[in-house]
Structure formats: C-alpha cells, structure tokens
Write a protein that binds this ligand. Sequence first.
Ligand code: FES
Length: 133
Amino acid sequence: MTEPTTRIIGFLCNWCSYAGADMAGMSRMRQPAGVRIIRVPCSGRVDPLLVLRAFQEGADGVLVSGCHPGDCHYGSGNYFARRRLELLKRMLPALGINPERFHYTRVSATEGARWAEVVSAITERVKNANDND
Ligand code: FES
C-alpha cells in the first residue's frame, strides 16, 4: 500500500520563488509530488485568509514563498508579507491549526536547488506535524 501524499499549497511570488521552482523542475531536481503551486504577483499579495481557506479546503500544509529582502519587485511586499504571516502563524493554535503546518520562506529565481531542499524539508515537517496531531 502506498503512503498518502502530503498535500501542500504553495503561494509563490511570480518574480523569484516561482522562477526558482520552475528552475528546479526544468533541472529535473527531486521534489515532493504533493506540492500544488499558486503563482501570485508578490508574496505581499497573499491575504492570510487565503492561507486559512487552503487549510479549510483540506491542505495538509501551506507555504508562502517570496523574494529575498531587497529583491521584491514591488519594493516592500515581502516585508509586509513577513509581518502579516508571522502574526498569522502565532494565531494558528487559537484556530486549532498546528503552526508547523504553515511556513513562510524566500527563494530567488536562481535558487532551484534551494527550492528543492526547502520544499522537501517543509513537506517532512508538515508530515510530522500531521502525524503528531
Ligand atoms: Fe517577490 Fe514581492 S515580488 S515578494
């Protein structure tokens, strides 16, 4: 019997993280199969309610990934995202969601290998969080 796939919704900014994930794919790097990517213009556009909606719809984990500090194409969207999403992460236990199921990270367009590593590590953490709940 095969192990169930850990379903992760990834909101990736178009300019850095999406390109990094694309590079990992084109380079045929090994990645978990359960990650579904939603391309957004900027991580600053990810409303925390979208994250909660993903959990409500059955995601095992949610990942938001944007540009590194100073690289956001809209100036400061990644700074807004970090503040907003850190608050969300702190609120998740009050909503009955293990905060280990939610991650915010940064991956640039040239970091395909980093994307593959990050997404593999996060998938493992989400899997462990779900096993322990
Ligand atoms: Fe990538 Fe803003 S454009 S985080």
